[in-house]
Design a protein around this ligand. Structure first.
Ligand code: MN
Ligand code: MN
Length: 307
């Protein structure tokens, strides 16, 4: 058992992190490796929809990895997003679609990075390269990952590889991409249980540019106005976060996953910077951004440029 290799995605796992670790487990088992997919955090509602659809359990939760533990990382590489103790583990493989930062190993490894929309798209290619048959379960897992990461192929992070992979995988999975995809995305947008504090932290990331500290948070919804009803509460929660982290700006993007646009809330001493960044005007600290869904490709670069 000590030789078992653990496979996991990032902390605060999304659908790609959970599903791709399970698919990677299948891939490695097919090749005869002793592996187990695990996870570094709670399963979100969108991913739970996928697991329920398949009638399967989530991978086991782990808190940290022991020294010398052999691991495979999917959907991330930065140590601050990985398991505690990662620096003393043995990283055998990485399969990822993010920038490479803060990454180093003692030993040689297998590293696969591609600038595609989703880790599962790379896994799909790996199955093809090995002439390995893709079963229905793995096809559902990979389709779900691609739908989630690319918001039904509408995010600007989407590539031709993602489109081709999803087309074939959906056939094997026997799903209608739009029907299944919308149901899955909707399942992930049930925000009723979250307090305002939790909501602005579901998916928040902090940044620093030229000494200016700011944060961009994002929540997915199918009804922006529904989230905006809580604007006063959100404003208070954001104000506390600004004080706590000493931020100049906190932007919350409320993203409509069906219509591919976002309403942003902007607060902080530099709240007006978004007017310059997106060439518009704030009304009561909100601004509508048509076609904007990606923090990585659309929100962050424009805001960062203004600092
Ligand atoms: Mn991810
Ligand atoms: Mn991903």
């Amino acid at each position: 058992m000590e030789d078992k290799i653990l496979i996991f995605g990032h902390k605060n796992p999304d659908t790609d992190s959970i599903c791709s670790s399970m698919v990677m487990e299948k891939f490695d088992k097919n090749l005869g490796f002793n592996v187990e997919a695990v996870r570094l955090g709670n399963v979100n509602k969108e991913t739970q929809y996928v697991l329920n659809y398949l009638g399967i359990e989530a991978p086991r939760l782990i808190e940290k990895v022991n020294e010398g533990q052999k691991v495979v990382l999917v959907d991330h590489n930065e140590f601050n997003q990985s398991a505690d103790g990662i620096e003393n583990s043995i990283i055998e493989t990485v399969v990822d679609h993010h920038r490479i930062a803060d990454f180093k190993t003692k030993e040689p490894l297998y590293y696969r990075a591609e600038p595609v929309g989703c880790t599962a798209t790379i896994l799909y290619k790996k199955f093809k390269e090995e002439n390995m048959k893709i079963e229905k379960k793995e096809a559902v897992l990979m389709s779900s990952s691609i739908i989630s990461d690319t918001l039904l192929l509408k995010s600007p992070t989407t590539t031709e590889y993602d489109k081709n992979a999803l087309k074939e995988l959906a056939e094997i999975a026997q799903i209608d991409v739009n029907t299944y995809g919308i149901d899955m995305l909707k399942a992930g947008t049930d925000l009723a249980d979250f307090s305002a504090e939790q909501l602005i932290n579901i998916d928040a990331k902090s940044f620093e540019k030229n000494g200016h500290k700011f944060a961009i948070a994002q929540v997915n919804t199918v009804d922006i106005s529904d989230v905006l009803k809580r604007k006063d509460e959100l404003k208070d929660a954001i104000g506390k976060e600004i004080q706590k982290q000493n931020l100049e700006l906190f932007v919350l993007a409320i993203t409509d996953v069906l219509n591919s646009s976002s309403e942003i809330l902007s607060y902080g001493q530099n709240e007006k910077i978004v007017e310059k960044a997106f060439n518009g005007s704030l009304e009561n600290n909100t601004m509508f951004l048509e076609g904007v869904v990606s923090r990585k490709k659309q929100l962050l670069p424009k805001i960062e440029d203004c600092f």
